[in-house]
Write a protein that binds this ligand. Structure first.
Ligand code: SF4
Length: 212
């Protein structure tokens, strides 16, 4: 394993915790964040797995605890871990594409991750965690960033191609694309039984290997 580097990670977490870009200096033509920023991300100098999520929902925003909701319960079930293991930062780093709850659209759905966040922070965050060996890229935004041009046209096609990504010899951590564990994807899970039958057993085995 590569050298532990806790100071670098702690320093970055401190700077991110104070970030107010989306409130005070949003990108041109974007409305400011409609509430006080509360970045929620778990960086780690030891974890070999990075959970690359989307953005916090309201419950996560209110509690400051990532995946502290029904989506988190489903994700923990997919990973085969309990809450204690999931929140052990020596085992999992948890870094969404947008660190703050982005608010709701006019239909009451969560807005996408703020576009200011990844360009501002993500390179530095990834560079501060060189020990990561596996990225779980949850949803289209994380897949777009972590797979780049290798992402396919739709989230379904991308997740279906999971074996190719895992088997890739590219440098850097392996990337396993996953759908978002939100209740909104319950229909998707029913339509794509291969996900639970074929991908999840491999995911659970990888998690066991990388968290021992
Ligand atoms: S979403 Fe990211 S860039 Fe925007 S205020 Fe929060 S931490 Fe800063």
């Amino acid at each position: 394993m590569k050298k532990d580097h806790p100071d670098r990670v702690a320093a970055l977490e401190t700077v991110i915790a104070a970030c107010r870009i989306c409130r005070e200096a949003p990108r041109p033509n974007a409305p400011p964040l409609p509430h006080e920023p509360r970045p929620v991300a778990v960086l780690s100098s030891q974890a070999r797995i990075l959970i690359a999520g989307q953005a916090p929902g309201l419950k996560v925003h209110e509690t400051g605890i990532t995946f502290n909701d029904a989506s988190g319960n489903r994700l923990r079930d997919w990973l085969g871990v309990d809450r204690e293991t999931f929140y052990d930062r020596s085992k999992f780093a948890i870094v969404p594409m947008g660190f703050c709850f982005p608010g709701y659209d006019e239909k009451g759905s969560d807005l996408p991750p703020r576009k200011e966040c990844a360009p501002t922070w993500r390179q530095a965050v990834i560079a501060a965690m060189p020990q990561v060996e596996l990225v779980l890229a949850i949803g289209q935004y994380a897949q777009g960033w972590h797979l780049g041009e290798k992402r396919l046209k739709s989230m379904t096609e991308t997740v279906l191609n999971w074996r190719a990504y895992l088997g890739s010899n590219a440098e850097g951590p392996k990337v396993l694309p996953l759908p978002h564990p939100s209740w909104r994807n319950t229909g998707w899970l029913k339509k794509n039984p291969w996900f639970e039958e074929e991908l999840l057993p491999v995911l659970k085995a990888l998690v066991r290997d990388y968290t021992e």
